[in-house]
Design a protein around this ligand. Sequence first.
Ligand SMILES: Cc1cc2nc3c(=O)[nH]c(=O)nc-3n(C[C@H](O)[C@H](O)[C@H](O)COP(=O)(O)O)c2cc1C
Length: 214
Amino acid sequence: MKKLLAISSSPGRSHSYSRNLVHAFVDNFSQKMTETKVVTRDLAEQPIPHLDEATIGAFYTPTDQLSNEQKKILALSDDLIDELESSDVIVIGAPMHNFSIPSGLKSYIDHVARVGRTFQYTENGPQGLLQGKKVYILTTRGGDYSQMPMAALDHQEPYLRTVLGFLGLDDIEFIHSQGMAMGEEKSKQAFEDAVASISTKVNDLIFEKGASYV
Ligand SMILES: Cc1cc2nc3c(=O)[nH]c(=O)nc-3n(C[C@H](O)[C@H](O)[C@H](O)COP(=O)(O)O)c2cc1C
C-alpha cells in the first residue's frame, strides 16, 4: 500500500486556495490509487513551534547521551520525521508569503532538517537521508512570477528545492497557481489549471512507476 503524506501550510482555514488544491490532489491520487493510505498534516490546525535553545541542544546531542527531558523535547521532531520516512509521495500546499514560504512551514522544515536523521555529513559533503520519494508542491501566489523581472523575486521555489533537496527529497514537481490576487478571472483560471495539472501529473506518476503504483 502506498502512503501519501498531505501537508497544508496556509494559515487561512476558512478559505485557502492551496489547501483546496491539496484536497484536490488527495482526491485525484486516491481515486486512481485506491489502496493509498492518506496521512494529513495541517500546520494551521497543529502549528509547529519555532525552534528554541533546548530543542536545538537536543538535536545536536548524541542519541546515547540524551536526557529523558531531551527525549521528550525530540518527540515532535521524531514523529514528523517518522511520518516523512514512511511516505512514498508527499504533497505540500505552500502559499507564497513575503516572497518565500509561510512561517509555519518554515518551522516544520526546521523540525525535520535534523543531522543524523534526515541528513548527514560525509567525507564527500552533506548527504540527504530521505531517498526515493516523490514530492509535489502546490504553490499559490498573489502575484505572477512566471516571467522576469518578477521571476527574480521568487524565493519560494528555489528555497524549497534547496532545503528539501538537502534532505534527499530531490524529485520535486511544482504546480504554481499565480495571480491569485489579480482578479477573479485570473485566480479562477489559475486554480482550474492547477487542478488539471494535478490530474496530469498523477497520471504521469502512475505511468512512470508502473503497475506497482496502482
Ligand atoms: C502574510 C502574507 C504574505 C504574502 N506575501 C506574498 C508575496 O510575497 N507575494 C505574492 O505574490 N503574494 C503574497 N501573498 C498572497 C498569497 O500568496 C495569496 O493570497 C495566496 O493565494 C495565499 O494562498 P492561500 O489561499 O492558500 O492562503 C501573501 C499573503 C499573505 C497572507
